[in-house]
Write a protein that binds this ligand. Structure first.
Ligand code: NAD
Ligand code: ZN
Length: 664
């Protein structure tokens, strides 16, 4: 009976930890603090130790977190790259010391204290002094070959001061200033800022393009030598000195201690200094100094027994949650934001903090009026971490998810069961306009590449563009008003806009941004409806009778076209002369085994449309005329392909003849 309960708790803990691993390592977007995570892990470790019958080799306690990334070559480590056990308090560090002394049967042990740099660990091999390979920690047994990226880090030498063949290990990290700069840049680009510098470092190192790594100023501290006895080294303290002599960057703040009291003192000193370092350290790594002891102490599947991470307490502040506001993002996601009684945290005044999502609020039972603890994830983004329930008066109020979009008053809901976030469901919500315009001008829709993300933002901010159709009403004057756009660019953009008016209907539909209607569905629709009005008037029965259109998509299409703003936008698109007719004919085999080449400009079709038409009828379109070409279709201002076709005696069709062929 009791055992059943324990088993359940173990399973629940494993499920939670795996979820947080996923958020942390894969999404680089953790939702709990390291301290909370470590508490879950500690509880699981305790239970597994007490009830070994529930132990499993797949438990997160048995694995090094992180994993491998696709796109890189994977190679085995020379010896496993492990994690570290950790503790947050003095009692436990003394316990660690007692355990070590008991296992070694000695009265006192020397420790080396090093800062625990909050970055990503790396193994670097040098051959005869020359940089040969860098591997990520991966799953601890195998790592990713990130050599090209690591070579771009300035503090990592490509040549050592001595021509040794050696493997060293250390930490790659992003300094505080660079992290701040990079996050500001990300926000300007409309990307989510990284929650902490470790995530930012990991995100940078997994780039396949090493020139990106060169742009972000990553740095390194090396702290470990594989098989140190080969170089006559007997202690970690000697190893650190040796690494420095090789020209590697070694953290200058390490300390050699004769006993555990000295370690605790160092830890306290570093807690004071931690915010002034210029890089993030989340604790002190305490290592037994004498290498002879390492074999005696050994290691678990996950961590060595001769070292422990003595983590710093989280820097948190207590304050009152005054209210919860709702932010609407570019994709319409609505996120709750805590409005706080202003409080100082790590030297800045915090008035707002992240609450992640409504599930988070529910899970933590956060109420308006509560006293809460806030913490800065990675020293940057404040978040509400926990509620101090003892201080409740009974007047606290539940946080109600909004029933309407706080920006446009539109309906609110989830797009699918799977989603955590609530969204504004109004397709024309002004808050979504920027994102929508990015899709509108993209290659899968109107293909107006002259108007990139930055310009879109400027147009919307300047209120020149208030809905998607406004793109087709841009004047040279509007364009000139936007700073940074020259005459040439203006002419180019106008040309592209003109061309975009001929965009085939399925791409127009993609551009409209009807929820749940992507490229594939848009194509199906153009095969069944003559034009946009035909589609707008389609009944639910008609839509669901089409192969590939499910009830949810049908409902979404109907909702979209019933929206008053949609009607206005369609009117504006018509007035601007946008193609809203489907030129797609029914599929067939009429052109089977025939190869076409197109030259010059056609009047009724874009290249793309003509190509699609031919392909739908079973034909093929290639770029150059060869003896295998069956037809050359000739528009206005044909190129040299026409001469070539004549030489080879290929059949030549003008636009009318081409239409006759497909409609015959
Ligand atoms: N908040 C979350 O949701 C969440 C989720 C997963 C993991 N985490 C955090 O990540 C930790 C697990 O990550 P981990 O396995 O990398 O362990 P870790 O970061 O706690 O410790 C091991 C690592 O410390 C690094 N390190 C830095 N300086 C060092 C030094 N001087 N000497 C030796 N090593 C040094 C090495 O990279 C080593 O791999 C957890 O304890 C938790 O704090 C948090
Ligand atoms: Zn809205």
């Amino acid at each position: 009976m009791d055992k059943e309960k324990i088993k359940k708790e173990i399973e629940e803990l494993r499920r939670k930890i795996e979820y947080h691993n996923y958020r942390y390592y894969v999404l680089a977007d953790p939702v709990i603090s390291d301290e909370e995570y470590d508490k879950l892990m500690k509880r699981l470790t305790e239970l597994e130790k007490k009830y070994p019958e529930f132990m499993s080799p797949n438990s997160p306690t048995q694995k090094v977190g992180g994993g491998l990334i696709s796109g890189f070559r994977t190679l085995p480590h020379s010896i496993p790259m492990l994690s570290l056990d950790n503790t947050y308090n003095e009692e436990e560090i003394k316990e660690f010391d007692r355990r070590v002394k008991k296992l070694l049967n000695v009265p006192e042990v020397e420790y080396v204290c090093e800062l625990k740099i909050d970055g990503v660990s790396v193994a670097i091999r040098y051959e005869e002094g020359k940089f040969a390979l860098a591997l990520s920690r991966g799953n601890g047994i195998e790592g990713d070959d990130i050599s090209e990226n690591v070579k771009k880090i300035k503090s990592i030498p490509l040549r050592l001061f001595k021509p040794l063949t050696i493997e060293v290990r250390g930490e790659i990290f992003m300094p505080v200033d660079e992290f701040k700069r990079y996050n500001i840049q990300r926000e300007e680009e409309g990307l989510q800022p990284f929650a902490n510098p470790r995530n930012a470092t990991a995100g940078t190192l997994r780039q396949l393009d090493s020139s990106i790594v060169a742009k972000r100023k990553l740095d390194s501290f090396i702290y470990y030598i594989v098989e140190p006895e080969k170089y006559g080294l007997k202690t970690q303290w000697e190893a650190l000195k040796f690494l420095k002599e090789l020209g590697l960057k070694v953290n200058p703040l390490s300390k050699l201690c004769n006993n555990i009291e000295c370690v605790i003192e160092y830890w306290k000193e570093m807690i004071q200094q931690r915010t002034k370092l210029g890089y993030w350290a989340d604790g002190v790594v305490v290592k037994v100094n004498n290498f002879d002891y390492y074999k005696v102490l050994g290691e678990t599947a996950k961590a060595p027994r001769w070292a422990i991470a003595f983590k710093f307490p989280a820097i948190k502040a207590k304050t009152k949650l005054l209210n919860v506001e709702f932010n609407v993002g570019r994709t319409g996601t609505i996120t709750p934001v805590a409005i706080l009684e202003p409080v100082t945290l790590e030297g800045t005044i915090v008035k707002r903090a992240s609450l992640h999502n409504f599930d988070y609020i529910k899970e933590k039972d956060i109420k308006i009026g509560d006293f809460v603890y806030i913490e800065k994830a990675g020293g940057i983004i404040p978040q509400v971490i926990s509620v101090i329930k003892e201080l409740r008066t009974g007047n606290e109020k539940e946080v109600q998810p909004p029933k309407k979009c706080p920006v446009c008053g539109g309906p609110v809901g989830k797009l699918s069961e799977m989603e955590v976030a609530l969204r504004c469901l109004n397709p024309h919500c002004p808050q979504k306009l920027k994102r929508h315009l990015e899709i509108f001008v993209s290659r899968s829709a109107f293909d107006i590449s002259g108007i990139g993300e930055k310009l879109v933002d400027k147009f919307v901010d300047a209120k020149i563009i208030n809905d998607i159709a406004d793109i087709f009403y841009l004047t040279p004057f509007d364009l000139a008003q936007i700073s940074g756009v020259g005459q040439k660019t203006i002419a180019n953009i106008l040309k592209q806009i003109e061309k975009a008016k001929k965009t085939p209907l399925h791409k127009v539909i993609v551009g409209l941004g009807i929820p749940m209607v992507g490229e594939k569905t848009a194509k199906i629709l153009t095969e069944h409806f003559k034009n946009i009005d035909d589609l707008a008037n389609a009944t639910y029965e008609k839509l669901t009778s089409i192969d590939g259109i499910g009830p949810e998509v049908a409902k979404s299409i109907i909702d979209y076209f019933q929206n008053e703003k949609t009607k206005e936008i369609i009117k504006k698109l018509k007035k601007a002369g946008i193609n809203l007719e489907s030129k797609v004919v029914k599929k067939g085999n009429k052109l089977k085994n025939l190869t076409f080449v197109i030259t010059g400009t056609l009047k009724k079709y874009t290249r793309e449309e003509a190509k699609e038409l031919i392909e739908q009828l079973g034909g093929k379109v290639t770029n150059s005329v060869t003896s295998k070409t069956d037809y050359l279709i000739v528009g206005e201002k044909p190129g040299s392909k026409l001469d070539k076709a004549r030489q080879l005696g290929i059949k030549i069709l003008n636009e009318e003849e081409f239409e006759k062929l497909i409609n015959s």
